[in-house]
Design a protein around this ligand. Structure first.
Ligand code: TMP
Length: 208
C-alpha cells in the first residue's frame, strides 16, 4: 500500500491554523483521499500534560510555571509520542495526515528563550513533513485576535508574538535549506478565500 502524505499547518496564535487544518482535510477528502486531522500539543499523555501547563493548572507550585527547558523537552517528547502512536501508523495505512502545528512551532516559540540549535537537536529524529503551509499574519493582528484586554498583557503578548514571528521566518529559512517544502500564505485573508488559495497553491504543488 502506498504511504500517505504528512502535511502541517503553522502560524502565530490567532492565525487560524485549526480552521485551515479542517479545511485542508475536507479538501483532501473531496479528492477521494482518506485524510486525518491531528494537532500538537497532541491528544496523547504528554500533550494532555502540556495543555495543563499552558492553562496554568500544572506548574512548579506557588503559581510558578515550568522552565522553558522543561517545556521544550515536553514538546519534543509529545512529538515523538505523537509520531509513534498516531501519525506513522496512519501514514502506513495509506492515510493522509494534517497536523495543526508541528516542529516549526517548537523552533519559533521555544526559541524566544532557548537556542535554536538545541531545539533542533531535540527534534532531529522527528519525521520531516511532505509539505507545510505557514499562515503569515502581522503580530499585531495575532495579539488582537487573542483578545488580550489589559494594556500590560497586550504589550507582553505583542512583544512575544513579534519575537515568535521573527523566529518563524528564521526557522523557515533554515528548514528550507535542508530541503523541507514550506509555502507561506497571507493569513489575514478571509478564511474561505484563504482556504481556496491554500487548496490551489499547496495541493497544486502536491499534484492534487
Ligand atoms: P494551540 O493554541 O495551537 O493549540 O497551541 C498551543 C500553544 O502551544 C501555542 O501558543 C503554541 C505553543 N506551542 C509551542 O510553544 N511549541 C510547540 O512545539 C507547539 C506544538 C506549540
Amino acid at each position: 500500500m502506498e504511504r500517505g502524505k504528512f502535511l502541517v499547518v503553522e502560524g502565530l496564535d490567532g492565525a487560524g491554523t485549526t480552521t485551515q487544518t479542517a479545511f485542508l482535510v475536507a479538501a483532501l477528502r473531496r479528492r477521494g483521499l482518506t485524510a486525518h486531522a491531528t494537532c500538537e500539543p497532541s491528544k496523547g499523555p504528554v500533550g494532555v500534560l502540556i495543555r495543563q501547563v499552558l492553562s496554568g493548572r500544572l506548574g512548579l507550585g506557588g503559581g510558578k510555571a515550568l522552565s522553558p527547558q522543561t517545556m521544550a523537552l515536553l514538546f519534543a517528547a509529545d512529538r515523538e509520542d505523537h509520531l509513534e502512536a498516531e501519525i506513522k501508523p496512519a501514514l502506513a495505512q495509506g492515510h493522509w495526515v494534517v497536523s495543526d502545528r508541528y516542529m516549526l512551532s517548537s523552533l519559533a516559540y521555544q526559541h524566544v528563550s532557548l537556542s535554536m540549535n538545541w531545539i533542533a537537536t531535540l527534534n532531529e529524529h522527528a519525521l520531516v513533513p511532505d509539505g507545510t503551509v505557514f499562515l503569515r499574519i502581522e503580530p499585531e493582528l495575532a495579539a488582537s485576535r487573542m483578545g488580550m484586554r489589559p494594556q500590560v498583557e497586550l504589550y507582553e503578548a505583542l512583544e512575544t508574538q513579534r519575537k515568535v514571528a521573527e523566529n518563524y521566518e528564521r526557522a523557515i529559512a533554515i528548514r528550507r535549506q535542508v530541503g523541507e517544502h514550506i509555502i507561506c500564505v497571507e493569513g489575514s485573508l478571509p478564511k474561505e478565500q484563504l482556504s481556496r488559495h491554500i487548496e490551489e497553491v499547496f495541493l497544486g504543488y502536491l499534484g492534487l
